[in-house]
Design a protein around this ligand. Structure first.
Ligand SMILES: N[C@@H](CCC(=O)N[C@@H](CS)C(=O)NCC(=O)O)C(=O)O
Length: 203
């Protein structure tokens, strides 16, 4: 398998962490989707990473579909239950973590890709509210538990860890570590894992 991705993308990181936790072999191919000569469109018509190229040459996206597929490829380090409320709960955690990223990335793109006079402060504020409310919801959901859905690490923790790591990387001014000690504790614990150490975001 080949994974097309970048070293900064939190969605790509989520897939890389899952590949590492499940001990699956793959080739990592760097793809700069913002470069004028990117070829990502040949594999993903949406022009986004991550994109997984499977053994038969077929392409798969997006990150939620890829991690779900990868979890079925090996019984090692099962991250998503196969059915029921537990499964839905973990997918909902992932939707929350990815939703915070979607809002945060929208703000970052506004700040980095748009001239200052074309930016909308009201729209950026709306997105930042989603980021802050989403992080608060993560803290409430985690409570005093060791991991997002209980005693065992699942995809929920991988997704939350990648989101918090990206916020620390791109929005270091946000005070989630001070505001939510339980998220800081979870993040520090995840950050000790090889899968997280090997995928720390790089600009
Ligand atoms: N929902 C997608 C989001 C992927 C995404 O937005 N990736 C960004 C990099 S962080 C990208 O490729 N953006 C290029 C673009 O929006 O044109 C997923 O989970 O894979």
């Amino acid at each position: 398998m080949k994974l097309l991705g970048s070293l900064a993308s939190p969605y790509v990181r989520k897939v890389r962490v899952v590949l590492a936790e499940k001990k699956l072999d793959y080739e990592f191919v760097l793809e700069n989707v913002w470069s004028p000569d990117t070829t990502i469109g040949l594999s993903n018509p949406l022009g986004k990473v991550p994109c997984l190229i499977m053994e038969d040459g077929g392409a798969m996206f997006d990150s939620r579909v890829i991690v779900e597929y990868l979890d079925t490829m090996s019984p090692v380090g099962k991250l998503i239950p196969t059915q029921g409320r537990g499964r839905a709960s973990i997918k909902c955690w992932e939707a929350l973590a990815d939703g915070v990223l979607d809002a945060g990335i929208a703000v970052r793109l506004e700040m980095t890709q748009r001239p200052e006079n074309e930016r909308s402060p009201a729209w950026m504020a709306r997105q930042m509210t989603k980021v802050k409310n989403g992080v608060q919801a993560m803290s409430v959901g985690l409570g005093d538990a060791p991991f997002c859905t209980g005693a065992k690490m699942t995809l929920a923790d991988v997704a939350v860890g990648c989101t918090l790591g990206w916020l620390a990387f791109r929005f270091p001014e946000l005070t989630w570590r001070d505001d939510y000690a339980n998220l800081a504790r979870l993040f520090d614990k995840l950050s000790e894992r090889k899968s997280f150490i090997d995928t720390v975001p790089v600009a």
